[in-house]
Ligand binder design. Structure first.
Ligand SMILES: NC(=O)c1ccc[n+]([C@@H]2O[C@H](COP(=O)([O-])OP(=O)(O)OC[C@H]3O[C@@H](n4cnc5c(N)ncnc54)[C@H](O)[C@@H]3O)[C@@H](O)[C@H]2O)c1
Length: 274
């Protein structure tokens, strides 16, 4: 046995949508570290440019692309630009998503529609644009998208986001089924709370200073929030050769929360039988 490129990503073309910040930023950098050429797409041109420069500094090719993937024409243009500028498309990682907050009784339909647009519909637009290129090129492509544990559990005031993320989870499974005959694998990663700049800023705005205290009080086994790098790792694994037989999965990355009894579990016995 010799040392080799076990990820199989060296020189491969990977598009990261939403690559300008948080989980997408960490993912673009990790892809560069394992030798992939990366298209960094974001609605924010400055972010796409900055991250793509950081990736290029790792000695790989990196190109910034600007577009709003909730717009069908932009979604197509982003994928086409990545394919043209990287000379093909081996993998897509789509991270775009955001939540709004409202209770069901007062939520207006515009908010519901926005959550579906921001968390579900663009996965269809971007995913099938990418798959069409992969199929036309005869590339056994890989797709990974970011869902959320909000797509698994219900929560007050979070229904539209949760429904959209549940939809994205199901969509990834259907993509996996339909595109497996073309050799394309499709998976998703469902994070619990991750300390990205956007999320941290939201808590700071609400006056929360010790964010780990919240998850400790809630009984999250690892007792802390996850980091963007800890979601980038599973995403890169899923588009790598190491995951060659993995498709249609929603990988939960939650510091162990789901491994625990919902009601806290059995308590150690204090009585003695003697
Ligand atoms: N951070 C968390 O706690 C957490 C938990 C569970 C799931 N998630 C999911 O992870 C994903 C990333 O979260 P994050 O915290 O890293 O977010 P983020 O806001 O830090 O990064 C998202 C990036 O996507 C870009 N973007 C937004 N809308 C876009 C659009 N229409 N077209 C192109 N680019 C667009 C933004 O400019 C930003 O750079 C989201 O799907 C989110 O729902 C996050």
């Amino acid at each position: 046995m010799t040392r080799d490129d076990v990820f199989g990503l060296t020189g491969k073309a990977v598009l990261v949508v939403g690559g300008g910040s948080g989980i997408g930023h960490a993912t673009a950098l990790l892809l560069g570290r394992v030798g992939a050429n990366v298209a960094v797409a974001d609605i924010d041109a400055d972010r796409a440019e900055q991250v793509s420069q950081q990736v290029a500094a790792l000695g790989v090719s990196a190109v910034p692309i600007t577009g709003d993937v909730t717009d069908p024409a932009d979604a197509q243009a982003v994928v086409d630009a990545a394919h043209n500028r990287l000379g093909g498309l081996h993998a897509l990682i789509n991270i775009v998503g955001m939540a709004s907050w409202s209770d069901l009784l007062s939520m207006d339909l515009a908010m519901w529609d926005a959550d579906l647009r921001n968390n579900l519909t663009h996965h269809l637009l971007v995913g099938r644009a990418a798959a069409r290129h992969m199929i036309a090129d005869g590339v056994a492509g890989r797709i990974a998208l970011v869902t959320s544990i909000s797509g698994i559990f219900g929560a007050p005031n979070h229904a539209a986001y949760g429904a959209a993320k549940a939809g994205a989870t199901a969509l990834a499974k259907s993509m996996a089924n339909e595109w497996a005959p073309h050799g394309i694998r499709v998976n998703s990663v469902a994070p619990d709370i991750i300390a990205t700049p956007r999320v941290v800023a939201g808590f700071v705005e609400r006056g929360v200073s010790d964010m780990n205290a919240i998850v400790q009080a809630d009984g999250v086994p690892m007792g802390r929030w996850g980091t963007p790098d800890e979601i980038a790792g599973p995403l890169v694994f899923l588009v790598s050769d190491l995951a060659g037989f993995v498709t249609g999965q929603n990988l939960v990355v939650d510091g162990g929360t789901q491994s625990r009894f919902p009601h806290g579990g059995p308590k150690p016995f204090t009585e003695t039988t003697e």
